[in-house]
Design a protein around this ligand. Structure first.
Ligand code: PLP
Length: 435
């Protein structure tokens, strides 16, 4: 074990990126040899090379909705692996057809046609290109995204992403992208009408219904329906990026269903492959998607929608529906948020806010250091949560939707212990300063 861990760290140092070693808790809080993952030991846990078992409350930032190594998903992929892993690219592939139809049924409103890719970024990239292809004939070229948004890091998706640190080194990005404050309908209305006045008519508005990476920012009730209305008024398409919020995470199959808002284009990925295969999907209405009918080769990808990925996605949807995991997310999410809010009342000097919808949850700390220390102590208690050295003021909790009630209670117990320790430490530091 020690030799293996040393080798992994050395290879990260020499051949992956030494930068990672400074940011990951697996190194900074992982003990003498760091923590190297070895196996998914159950739906909600994984073990490292030392045999330490971690309860996964990070969920791969939202990929393990049906748990790790879900047997239904694994079995579907294994069967397909033995039958035909990748498609011929000439004969019609049946699972692509079945998944596209299933998504048309599962997704809200008139969403009907699917383009499959391999990641969330690619699903956003396809959505942007689709909106461009549809709107360029109408003389509309501007895109509006939101401050705090995360849509991926390819040049197109990055143009919609809002974080300066990710964007600055790659300027200039795609022209025509504007950002407005998330959750502020007046700001969006103003931007749409200013763009019309200047002739920069808006092709599409792209939003996450709840911002994930941005720190689980839930917009005010009524915001998303109002966005839909404004888009209709200005003839702009509405793109929802549900790469993180989709597949049951927020307590409904798709977050836009909380307020019955239907986008023209929906982006999916992350949990769509059931934590077994990577797959992205861009689902659109016939009206929009039909711009690709004449020439389906306008946007393509070799591996997108391959049989293994489609088998995984179909099995994932089956599990989500059969076990009613969206409703479970709602119930267990409420338990966790209530628990974290009680901790906020108990430790107001450390915890500023606790919020969430379903099992997309965030705890906001008084500062980055408190957040990082919290995440580190949780790590040492073998509970995985988000939070890196430079990004820990708000920590996301995104366990598999299969997490048990007992495990939720264990997490709350560990969180309380961590906060008690940090609270004592903080008081001691204040006393030292006062002396
Ligand atoms: C993670 C994420 C992406 C990017 O997905 P990748 O699979 O990492 O390319 C895009 N949008 C949202 C909302 C995400 O959370």
């Amino acid at each position: 074990m020690k030799a293996l861990n040393r080798e992994v760290i050395e290879n990260f140092q020499q051949h992956v990126n030494p930068g990672f070693l400074e940011y990951r808790k697996s190194v900074t809080a992982g003990g003498d040899y760091g923590a190297v993952e070895w196996q998914a030991s159950s739906l909600n846990t994984l073990v490292d090379t030392q045999g330490k078992e971690y309860l996964d409350c990070l969920g791969g930032f939202g990929i393990f909705n049906v748990g790790h190594r879900n047997p239904t998903v694994v079995s579907a992929v294994q069967h397909q692996l033995e039958k035909q892993p990748l498609h011929s690219q000439e004969l019609l592939d049946p699972l692509r057809a079945m998944l596209a139809k299933t998504l048309a049924t599962l997704t809200p409103g008139k969403l009907k046609y699917s383009f499959f890719s391999n990641s969330g970024t690619e699903s956003v990239e396809a959505a942007i290109k689709l909106a461009k292809a549809y709107q360029s004939a109408r003389g509309k070229f501007t895109f509006i995204a939101a401050s705090g948004a995360f849509h991926g890091k390819s040049l197109g998706a990055l143009s919609a992403t809002a974080k300066a640190a990710f964007r600055k080194p790659f300027m200039p990005l795609l022209p025509g992208f504007r950002h407005v404050p998330f959750g502020n309908i007046d700001a969006l209305r103003t931007m749409l009408s200013e763009c019309r006045k200047t002739g920069d008519d808006v092709a599409a508005v792209i939003l996450e219904p709840i911002q994930g990476e941005g720190g689980v920012i839930i917009p005010p009730v009524g915001y998303l329906p109002a966005v839909r209305k404004l888009c209709d008024e200005f003839g702009a398409l509405l793109i929802f990026d549900e790469v993180q919020t989709g597949m049951g995470r927020t307590g409904k199959m798709f977050a836009c269903e909380h307020e019955n808002v239907q986008p023209d284009i929906l982006c999916l990925a992350k949990a769509l492959g059931g934590g077994v295969m990577p797959i992205g999907a861009t689902v659109a209405t016939e009206e929009v998607f039909s711009v690709l009918f004449d020439n389906p080769f306008l946007h393509t990808t070799t591996f997108g929608g391959n049989p293994l990925a489609c088998a995984a996605a179909l099995a994932t949807i089956h599990v989500l529906l059969e076990q009613n995991l969206p409703a479970q997310a709602q119930q267990k999410g409420q338990l966790l948020v209530d628990g974290f809010q009680a901790l906020k009342r108990e430790f107001p000097e450390l915890v500023v806010d606790a919020r969430g919808q379903g099992l997309l949850i965030a705890i906001e700390f008084s500062d980055n250091e408190v957040g990082y220390n919290f995440a580190s102590v949780m790590f040492r208690q073998q509970v995985l949560v988000a939070g890196t050295l430079n990004n820990a003021k708000t920590i996301r909790i995104e366990p598999p939707l299969t997490i048990t009630i007992e495990q939720c209670e264990h997490v709350l117990g560990c969180a309380r212990k961590a906060l008690q320790g940090l609270s004592v430490k903080q008081r001691e530091m204040i006393e030292v300063e006062e002396e």
